[in-house]
Design a binder for this molecule. Structure first.
Ligand code: ADP
Length: 404
């Protein structure tokens, strides 16, 4: 069993990395940002809790990893787990082989911003640690249990059969962790029907029945579903042709508008950051107040719709930066779902300490919990388990060869 796992989350110009030791209580974190520019730097790697800020002008992914990891002093990883946004129809974490790299490459048209960056990260860590086992953990994998009636779009069949046009869902690592941990806290590990609201810069909902995803709000890409920081979430698909015909916009401009200029930022014309909007709305900014209202209403609508996928509703888990920290957003959202019988405890909701797990209903009706997500921990756990079963298979093969 690997004793320490290095978790890598590689973006186009940034890398988040964390080294987790076996008991997972000890973690070293790092963030390399602005890679490939004169402002490139590494922040926050702490050995013995020492903050670090290193300027690495024009460094790329490989160099940043090398510099960052050299700060880990005596803590060398035994395995590496990569967060991969799109794994197509792969259903679980996989040991990285040439075939898996090909699958990640083939899914690039479905995640054009993320998958190429992940491949750069894999290449860099393979060069730096040629002898270590590396595992790909996919955001899409948890949702591969969705039934066809939840993942198919009502468009011509050949788009699915020949071009893989279907709903995939994302944030799977978070939904898997939160639903498992939440159901454990509720005393029914991986049993029953739960809704999960993961609310961060990107946001999505998920319906989980007996530990398996049965529906989720994101689709072919992470644009579908909820209002997010800069993403619109659901719009009428005809908005594209309306904008093309009436404003002469091309598809790239429309895509950029929906992904980077919409959501909370677009509605408020102020910020994509929920904290900023709450503060502005308290000072009387009406656009900020409306952005918050649309966010909460659309979230309630999504949770209500997803509840159709559950034979029974046992409760709801809030997670992500907004879900974990904002009692205001949690209360406002539940205010739009009175017919579900949720009974929020005002004190429980308002007094929950930041970053902690806790139940916030008053003991009647479906349960409501705040469960801080732990994507890193989940990736480390899945990586360790894939490496362990790979070693098991190898040992079994060896003893077969000996007895043959
Ligand atoms: P990411 O999706 O990038 O991981 P996070 O999960 O960290 O993002 O969530 C970031 C969001 O959480 C931001 O919109 C931020 O304003 C919001 N947030 C953090 N703390 C609070 C808070 N106390 N109240 C409201 N929103 C908060």
């Amino acid at each position: 069993m690997p004793k320490s796992v290095l978790v890598i989350n590689c973006g186009s110009s940034s890398i988040k990395f964390a080294l987790l030791l076996e008991d997972q209580d000890f973690r070293i974190h790092g963030l390399a940002e602005n890679l490939g520019t004169p402002e490139a730097r590494i922040k926050g790697v702490t050995v013995g809790n020492e903050p670090v800020d290193i300027h690495i002008p024009n460094a790329g992914h490989s160099e940043a990893l090398e510099v960052g990891l050299s700060r880990l002093a005596n803590y060398k990883p035994d395995a590496i787990g990569h967060r991969i946004v799109h794994g197509g129809t792969l259903t679980k974490a996989e040991l990285i082989t040439e075939d898996i790299i090909d699958t990640i490459r083939q899914a690039t048209p479905l995640a054009p911003l993320h998958n190429p960056a992940h491949l750069v990260g894999i290449e860099a860590t393979r060069r730096l640690f040629p002898d270590l086992p590396q595992v790909a953990v996919f955001d899409t994998a948890f949702h591969q249990t969705m039934p066809a009636h939840a993942y198919r779009y009502a468009v011509p069949k050949f788009l699915y059969t020949e071009h893989n046009v279907r709903r995939y869902g994302f944030h799977g690592t978070s939904h898997a962790y939160v639903s498992e941990r939440g159901s454990e806290l509720a005393g029914s590990l991986k049993q029953g029907g739960w809704l999960v609201a993961h609310l961060g810069n990107g946001s999505s909902t998920c319906a989980v029945w007996n530990g398996q995803s049965v529906d989720t709000s994101m689709g072919l890409t992470p644009l579908e579903g909820l209002v997010m920081g800069t993403r619109s979430g659901d719009v009428d698909p005809s908005m594209h042709s309306f904008l093309a015909k009436n404003l002469g916009w091309d598809i790239y401009k429309i895509d950029k508008m929906l992904n980077s200029q919409s959501g909370l930022l677009g509605l408020s014309d102020l910020s994509n950051d929920m904290r900023t909007l709450i503060e502005a709305s308290e000072k009387g900014n009406e656009d900020a107040a409306l952005a918050i209202e649309v966010f909460c209403y659309r979230l309630a609508k999504s949770l209500s719709a997803l509840s159709c996928g559950l034979p029974r509703l046992d409760g709801l888990f809030f997670t992500g930066g907004i879900g974990e920290n904002s009692a205001y957003i949690r209360e406002k959202t539940l205010g739009y779902m009175p017919h579900f019988g949720f009974n929020l405890s005002k004190d429980g909701n308002n007094n929950l300490k930041r970053g902690t797990e806790g139940r916030i209903d008053n003991g009647t009706g479906p349960q409501i919990w705040v469960v801080p997500t732990d994507e890193e921990g989940r990736i480390a756990k899945e990586t360790a388990s894939v490496v362990q079963s790979g070693l098991g298979a190898l040992t079994a093969k060896k003893s077969e060869a000996v007895s043959a």
